[in-house]
Write a new protein. Structure first.
Length: 431
């Protein structure tokens, strides 16, 4: 098979959550454990760091991977979903897995694992573990897909667990209150393994403390560690963090949420150093300053162009959109234009309630079955005083927004990871 045929086969033969949602969700570790036995427990052949959380786990994963890479570790990185190419999910030192490995893996192992009935996520996770073991990585950053306790990645025994934060998302699987969601995420906490919590207060904080105490896991709260004494935003759209150990640390990622992620990463560096990792100061500066180049990270308050300014961001729930709405309000522009779409199982009204009314909206839909139809998005938005036109594709909405813009306008594209994915695919085709 060709690479394209292989991907078609994977998408069509295996349930894909990103495409169809709940029908593809398989809670529990039975399939992962069965696959793990079949592949000979590949994740035991390298060190791992496990990262969960509602928002920020992608940025945190990539930042840590960049730092480990610059520290001389051969570093695997497993994340999801991808934006342009499936291979973005599985990287070593920033380089995507080869097409030939994916083809050979699929042809060799799909027929032999059919009796396990794996989901797309379960099989691609094992592809990552198998690839990392084959390439003899030193350490791999493993991002959960959904939740934690029953997430298929939870078969690993990491050196460190990180839970970035808790917000409302995937409530149909994880629970309808923040403590319920926190209990699912806390499932990655394991006996004797240190865990870092990025943000938590009240009942959510108690959930993590109780879980860590119950199983004897050392716990640190990044906010209590105060790794950053001061932070300010540069005109170039970057962060400058002032830290006792890392003064004038420049962060390439420009989203307002990145201050929290940076504190989590700096706390992780402290713990990793204590348990035997060698992380030179120069590697930390390099990792923060060049994370997108080092790891291929995209879609985090990413600037597409100037005049007009065009920004895209993958934030897709109320927790993420709070930061985005605040950052949009801090911009200077003549006219604000927002290209937006969401998937149908998110808190649509919660997100719409956060968006500014002083904008021209371009309601659209991503090219996946889960996409909320643009006309439904427009109808819902009217209740929040948001008005605009509908467009069948992200490409069409973006082109119209550009054509109607003047140099001093500001265009934001987001609402869903898949809206950003469609935008980047279009830009990639036309670059």
């Amino acid at each position: 098979m060709t690479y394209e045929q292989t991907l078609d086969y994977l998408y069509n033969q295996l349930p894909v959550f990103q495409q169809i949602g709940a029908k593809a969700y398989k809670p529990g570790l039975q399939n992962s454990e069965a696959l793990d036995r079949y592949f000979g427990y590949p994740h035991r052949k390298f060190k791992t760091i496990h990262i969960a959380g509602t928002n920020g786990k992608g940025s945190t994963s990539h930042l840590l991977a960049a730092i480990l890479q610059k520290s001389g570790y051969k570093t695997g990185l497993y994340t999801s979903p991808h934006l342009i190419d499936f291979r973005e999910r599985i990287r070593i030192n920033g380089e995507m897995i080869s097409q030939s490995y994916i083809i050979n893996f699929t042809e060799k192992h799909i027929p032999k694992t059919k009796n396990i009935h794996p989901s797309f996520f379960e099989l691609t996770m094992m592809m990552a573990f198998d690839y990392f073991a084959y390439c003899q990585v030193d350490v791999a950053i493993i991002e959960t897909g959904l939740g934690g306790r029953l997430d298929s990645t939870n078969i690993i025994s990491p050196d460190l667990a990180i839970i970035t934060n808790i917000s409302y998302d995937h409530m149909q699987f994880l629970g309808h209150t923040l403590p319920e969601i926190a209990r699912e995420k806390a499932g990655i906490i394991k006996e004797g393994i240190p865990v870092i919590i990025g943000e938590a207060d009240g009942e959510v904080r108690k959930v993590f403390i109780d879980k860590a105490k119950e199983i004897g896991a050392p716990i640190l709260f990044a906010e209590e560690e105060h790794p950053i004494q001061d932070a300010h935003f540069t005109p170039e759209g970057k962060w400058v963090f002032e830290s006792k150990l890392y003064p004038h640390l420049i962060g390439e990622l420009g989203g307002f949420c990145q201050e929290k992620n940076a504190a989590t990463v700096l706390t992780a560096i402290k713990v990793l150093s204590k348990i035997g990792y060698t992380l030179p100061q120069s590697a930390i500066y390099e990792g923060f300053a060049h994370v997108t180049t080092l790891t291929g990270l995209q879609g985090r308050w990413q600037k597409i162009q100037d005049n007009p300014t065009v920004i895209c961001d993958t934030g897709h729930n109320t927790g993420g959109m709070q930061y985005i709405a605040r950052q949009i309000s801090s911009q200077t522009y003549d006219t604000l234009r927002i290209v937006i779409g969401m998937v149908n199982d998110k808190d649509i009204n919660g997100v719409l309630a956060l968006l500014p009314q002083n904008a021209t909206y371009y309601f659209t839909q991503a090219s996946i079955p889960r996409a909320l139809p643009a006309h439904e998005m427009k109808t819902a938005a009217l209740h929040f005083g948001l008005s605009g036109k509908t467009y069948n594709t992200v490409e069409e909405a973006y082109i119209h927004a550009l054509e109607e813009s003047r140099p001093n306008d500001f265009i934001f594209i987001g609402g869903s990871t898949f809206i950003v994915a469609d935008l980047l695919k279009y830009l990639n085709r036309n670059s």
